[in-house]
Design a protein around this ligand. Structure first.
Ligand code: AMP
Ligand code: GLY
Length: 424
């Protein structure tokens, strides 16, 4: 099979790495320095939908797998379908699940999927009046796509008012913030569950946990994710079954009712509350950096599985979960998530081994070698028989890599490790 992966970050590197285990010809648009070792990188940006479709048609691509949300929300699925090209990822209507939080929340409400109580507002004054009556903490969310920065957990009333003003008056997220969702704050531990759907059925992968804060101990500002590990033991078999039963199945029923055929990855961000799992958000794609921990634990031919989804026929197929553990530690540029330099030479063992895979997120090839080109530069995934072994392998491997200002968290997997030492 000839496969095209759209995107150029750590998630796409993990997809390329896994797909290439069973398929010789993998292209990636635009890719990065690490991806270029395995796939043929083509210089087409993920937002150039006609360009990607032309490439897929001319190159005889059998399956296109889309990493990032923006092209999905912008209708890459519709364009490929119109041209008879097979693509793993929802059409624009299904991608609203991520692109329009108000749509996702209403769908959850209609389907009885457990989620925080909420209201949706297009009018600033009405939103302000509603907010005044809410308990603190409260969560204010831009309804549209805001590159992961659109959800503000507000610990004070002033903060909440500020967040609302930023979104609705100052338009800090552009049009994405002209509609807001105000929702109840939920308490608990978070986990991510990714399922692949064929429009009717869903098959879930190993549960994982992201680490969104910049610093150890979950301190500091939010980032795109400083690391992830899987499986997350906090998601017991019972919880995983509950998520399947109370989240994924009703979601697919809701899609069916709306005439939406969702053939792609659904990412459920879950809060494990004392009343059971609640959905914080849905994404219409694989998570980043969760994918870098989950795919190394997925056995079998991923290309075949995603093709089956794209063709609407998952029947009987399931991702096979290995019994190993994986820990992905992200190496970030100094200054991230604020501004940071680019073009710094990266040195050391940049391609890893079988049990410590180096996924490139923001790297580029220059005449002098590999240089940084993003805030998150690499994600090093250690794979081991258990979580401590996976963690040790990830940290040993990241210790062999350096660039000016390189920064990483030292405690990725801490919740799972604490659970292990407490014998839970
Ligand atoms: P979202 O983009 O909706 O997933 O929100 C990003 C992050 O904000 C989540 O991963 C949570 O850490 C936090 N968050 C979102 N909604 C809530 C909520 N209702 N209660 C508590 N935390 C939340
Ligand atoms: N790790 C969260 C996300 O991919 O949105």
């Amino acid at each position: 099979m000839r496969i095209l992966v759209v995107g150029g970050g750590g998630r796409e590197h993990a997809l390329v790495w896994k797909l290439a285990q069973h398929h010789k010809t993998v292209f990636c648009a635009p890719g990065n320095a690490g991806i270029a070792r395995t796939a043929e990188c083509v210089d087409i940006k993920p937002d150039n939908i006609p360009g990607l479709a032309d490439f897929a048609a001319e190159t005889g691509i059998d399956l296109t797998v889309v990493g990032p949300e923006t092209p999905l929300v912008d209708g890459i699925g519709d364009e490929f379908a119109r041209r008879g090209l097979v693509l793993f990822g929802p059409m624009g209507d299904g991608a609203r699940l991520e692109g329009d939080k108000s749509f996702a929340k209403r769908l959850m409400q209609e389907q009885g999927i457990p989620t925080a109580r909420f209201e949706v507002f297009d009018d600033y004054e009405k939103a302000r009046t509603y907010l005044a009556d809410q308990l603190i903490p409260v969560v204010v969310k831009a309804s549209g796509l805001a590159a992961g920065k659109g959800a503000v957990v507000c610990a004070t009333r002033e903060q909440a008012e500020q967040a609302l003003r930023d979104m609705m008056v100052e338009a800090r997220f552009g049009r994405a913030g002209s509609r807001v969702v105000i929702e109840q704050f939920l308490e608990g531990e978070e986990a991510s569950i990714i399922g692949v759907c064929d429009g009717k059925r869903v098959a879930t992968m190993a549960a994982s946990q992201d680490h969104k804060r910049l610093n150890d101990g979950d301190q500091g500002p939010n980032t795109g994710g400083m690391g992830a590990y899987a499986p997350a033991a906090v998601v017991t078999e019972g919880i995983a079954d509950a998520v399947e039963e109370k989240v994924f199945r009703p979601l697919l029923k809701g899609f069916d009712r709306l005439g939406i055929e969702f053939r792609g990855a659904v990412y459920a961000g879950i809060m494990l509350t004392k009343d059971g799992p609640f959905v914080l958000e849905f994404n219409c794609r694989f998570g980043d950096p969760e994918t870098q921990a989950v795919l190394p634990l997925t056995e079998g031919d991923l290309g075949e599985l995603l093709l089956a989804c794209a063709q609407g026929d998952l029947a009987g197929r399931k991702p096979v979960k290995s019994d190993k553990a994986a820990v992905c530690v992200v190496a970030a540029s100094g200054g991230y998530p604020g501004s940071y330099p680019k073009g710094l030479p990266v040195s050391g063992e940049l391609f890893g081994s079988d049990d410590a895979v180096v996924f490139h997120a923001g790297t580029r090839i220059e005449a002098e070698g590999i240089v940084t080109s993003g805030g998150r530069v690499l994600g090093v995934t250690g794979i081991g028989a258990d979580l401590p072994e996976a963690r040790d392998r990830a940290y040993a491997a990241i210790g062999n890599i350096s660039f000016d200002g390189m920064f990483f968290r030292r405690d990725i997997g801490h919740r799972g490790l604490a659970r292990l030492s407490a014998g839970r």
